[in-house]
Each structure stands twice: as structure tokens, then as C-alpha cells.
Design a protein around this ligand. Sequence first.
Ligand code: UT7
Length: 318
Amino acid sequence: MTGLKMIGIGRALPGRCVTNDDLSKIVETSDAWISERTGIRRRYYCGEGESTNTLIVSAARQAVANAGLTPEDIDCVIVATVSSDYASPSVACLLQAELGIRENIPVMDINAACAGFLYGTATASGMLQVYGGRYALVVGGEQLSRLMDMNDRSTCVLFGDAAGAAVYERDETADLCVDLGSRGNLEIEIQGCARPEPSVIKMNGNAVFRFAVGVIPSSLNRVMAKAGLTMDQIDWVVCHQANARIIDHCAKKLGAPEKFYKNIDRYGNTSAASIPLALYDMWQEGLLQHEEKVLAVGFGGGLTWAGALLNLSLGAVK
Ligand code: UT7
């Protein structure tokens, strides 16, 4: 697949911070249970005037600016979400309008749940290859708080709202190595977003946990094999932030646990936003200032998964 280099990153968080203690006033839970079983300490929910669309627009604007580009430079827009404000128009089209991105380029949403950002990255690579162009904007964003059953303590404590965005530049020097898959499964369900609303996310957490700890190492091993690399040649590993115990388990299985980044404590599970949100925080923390190779993997509703080797060139934090 056409190679991509990530040259800009952005993120947006809504204004309302919700701690585990806040949730313990709504459902029968505790800070101790949530932090021990998931690693989550807080998450953010949209308030008045905030939604999936507003978060995505804000993250995308930041990513384009951080890439040193203007919206007119963008040649392809892919948005990954399971919680768009409308079925149509797509969030990508609304983003195009808000930022003033030009016409005659591919602009669309995709739904691959928590694997969405990496599915979006692969889609952008394909679009640039087929349709031409140099720069792709890929965004993952969610307002999952809209889809929460606040009576179901097994799910409502897990999710949060956020958006993360990346700008990729076409790179002829290296292929994009990805591993995309899906295990269509109606029994191990993660549901949400059924229209008409109201609808809520339901999840068989134990089954998804088992799926995740199986698919993460196998997907990442396939990506490394495709790239001809071993773990010692990888700078960082970024897993979809669904549960700290899942990440720790996989880090142990794959070796090099010090390369596995976690920020789930700050945001909870933000589905399609979680991988770019982690990359944004790493960049801000000074961990991504040079040319890095990052293995990333997403997994979730469907059940879908996506692994990828991301080549980063973000430069110093401005
Ligand atoms: O992004 C999409 C991908 N999603 C995931 O990767 C999620 C994967 N699954 C998980 O992360 C975990 O399975 C959960 C965090 C969802 C659940 O953790 P668990 O360790 O698998 O707990 P469990 O479901 O086995 O429940 C253990 C106990 C139960 O009580 P009993 O039956 O042992 O008395 C639950 O009722 O914990 C109880 N429980 C809670 N207690 C306090 C479940 N949720 C809560 C809660 N607070 N919020």
C-alpha cells in the first residue's frame, strides 16, 4: 500500500470531566473497582454545544495547523466514528465545510468501531494511491456518552468522548504495512448507535477481553512480519486504550513492556479517537519528536481489528 508519514497530530476533549467518584454517585461502583479492573480514573463527556462533530472539527483543525499546512492542502478526508451526529451528511462532509477543504477529493466516514482510525489510515492510503494527491486527513472521534446506559455499571464506567486527528503525507520510500480483519459475531456483541435513538452500548466484556488479548499480539506480529521488522526495531507500541489489563497482558506476551504506552487513566475508552489521542499525548510529552516507528493496533465492535506500522515525523512540539 502507498506509504504514509504522519506529519501532524491534533486532539479535542469536551469540557466536562467525570471522575470515578462522580460515577459512583450514579451507579453502584467505586473508584477502587474501576481503577483496578480497567486502569481508568476519569473521562470527559460533552456538554452543551459539544458533540462528535464539534470535537472532530476542532481536532482536525489542530492537526492541519500542526502539520504546517492549510485546509486547502488536504487531498483526502476520512473520518472514523460510531457516534456521528447524523446518519447523513457524513461527519467528513461537515468537516470539509467547516474547514473549507476543497472539492474534487474523496471525503467520507467509515465505521470500524475502535479499529476505525487504523482502518481510516489504510483507506486514506488506498485513496491517495487510486486518486492521487499528497496529504490525507484522518480523524477518529466519538461522543459515546450519548450512547451510555447509565444504569449499566459494566459499561457506563468505561467510555468517554474525544477526538484525535492526524495528517499524513504520501511517502514513496516505504509501504504502509497494515493488518485488517473482522470476525463478524452476533454473540460477542458490542452494540450501539441503532437508529432511531435512543440506543445504548451493550457489551459482553469478558468475551471481548478474550478476543482482544488474542488478536492484539497476532495482528502486531503479522504487521512486523510484513514490515520485516522485529520488536527491537520498533520505538513504541500504541494499543487501543480499552483496558490497562489488556495492554499489560499483551505487553508481557510480546516482550518490551516499556514500549507500550498507556493514557487510559485520563480518558477511558474513546473508541476511534483513542489511538490518535495517545499519539497526541506522547508527542506533547516529548516522546515523539524525531522519526519514529510506532506499532499501533485497534480492536472492538464488529468484532473488528486493525494493526499498522505508523511512520512518524511530527517534529518538536510548538
Ligand atoms: O473498545 C471496545 C473493546 N472493549 C473492551 O476491550 C472491553 C473488554 N472487557 C473489559 O475490559 C472487562 O471485561 C470489563 C472491564 C468490561 C469487566 O471487567 P472484568 O474483570 O471482566 O469483570 P466482570 O465482568 O467479570 O465482573 C466481575 C464482577 C461482577 O460481579 P460478580 O458477578 O463477581 O459479583 C460484576 O457484576 O464485577 C462486577 N462489576 C462491577 N463492580 C463494580 C462489573 N462492573 C462493575 C463496576 N463496579 N463498574
